[in-house]
Design a protein around this ligand. Structure first.
Ligand code: SF4
Length: 284
């Protein structure tokens, strides 16, 4: 039975086969990190922002109220994330800095959103203008043909053009190969479901307040198909020896390390996973 992959699992395989093996074959637990927890708080805030009740908002108060709503949602998400953040045993100053960073990212987002809103609001009500810019958020796609699935952050139909947008909280705002493949797979899944390609594939770099778009070409989609085929072919084995390590900067960095660093580079913990290895070998 082929495994349903995702842009994330395919990119993990391309980065380090051993990491793929531990994550998706053995399904070893991953630790929360400050980046994943705070990134989730930002994503949740944006998702919920487009579900707010806009009945009491109008052209005179939308600037203040929308900003207020988004920041209120962020504070709720942050409060939910806080116990897990404190569990990371990181000093409070670092957590505060992350809070400020996330706040700034959402501030960049709302500035951009309000500016676009003000450019289209003339001649329509606030509600009409807001709904024009309101994407569908966290949309689940699954391609049985290509054995891949994923959640798309936002899909917007604006002026008869379909935009697929992924929000990024990363410190860099370049379109890496990894991001390109992620968007290409989204385009592939969108096409399978709707029988047409999206018009724009975009990355919204929240930290930088910038948006970058990729051209949607047949080549891009072909590349996504190839990667989906390749991963199925290359992951049929359940033998750890077929998944080589890729020692390098992804193993350990200035203030963190790969979840599996100890398993890869310390004999001590290998034994913990032998049980799991035996189970997977029995099942296959
Ligand atoms: S520690 Fe390095 S080699 Fe080991 S799984 Fe992580 S990235 Fe791969």
């Amino acid at each position: 039975m082929p495994r349903l992959e995702s842009p994330s699992s395919i990119n993990t395989f391309k980065q380090c086969k051993r990491k793929y093996y531990y994550t998706y074959k053995l399904e070893l637990p991953r630790k929360d990190s400050i980046a994943t927890l705070t990134g989730k708080a930002v994503h949740d805030s944006l998702e919920n922002f487009f579900k707010i009740d806009i009945g009491n908002i109008n052209k005179n108060n939308y600037n203040t109220l929308l900003r207020h709503e988004l920041m209120g949602l962020f504070n709720n998400s942050w409060t939910k994330a806080l116990p897990n953040l404190l569990n990371l045993q990181i000093d409070k100053e670092t957590i505060r800095n992350y809070y400020q960073d996330c706040f700034q990212m959402l501030n960049n987002f709302i500035n951009d959103f309000l500016s676009t809103l003000s450019s289209i609001i003339n001649g329509s009500s606030f509600q009409e203008a807001f709904n024009k810019l309101k994407p569908k958020t966290e949309v689940y796609f699954q391609s049985d043909q290509h054995q891949v699935r994923g959640y798309i952050d936002a899909i917007l139909n604006f002026n008869n053009e379909i935009y697929i947008i992924d929000y990024k909280t990363s410190s860099r705002d370049d379109v890496s190969e990894e991001y390109e493949l992620q968007l290409a797979i989204y385009a592939l899944m969108f096409k399978e479901k709707h029988n047409k390609l999206p018009d724009k594939l975009g990355l919204h770099f929240l930290r930088h307040g910038t948006k970058k778009f990729l051209e949607v070409t047949p080549d891009l989609v072909e590349k996504a198909k190839r990667e989906c085929e390749l991963i199925q072919l290359k992951t049929t084995s359940d033998n750890i020896d077929d998944y080589e390590k890729n020692p390098g900067p992804l193993c350990k960095w200035r203030n963190g390390q790969c979840d599996f660093y100890d398993v890869c580079f310390s004999q001590k913990k290998l034994g913990d996973y032998q049980e799991k290895l035996i189970q997977i070998n029995k099942a296959s």
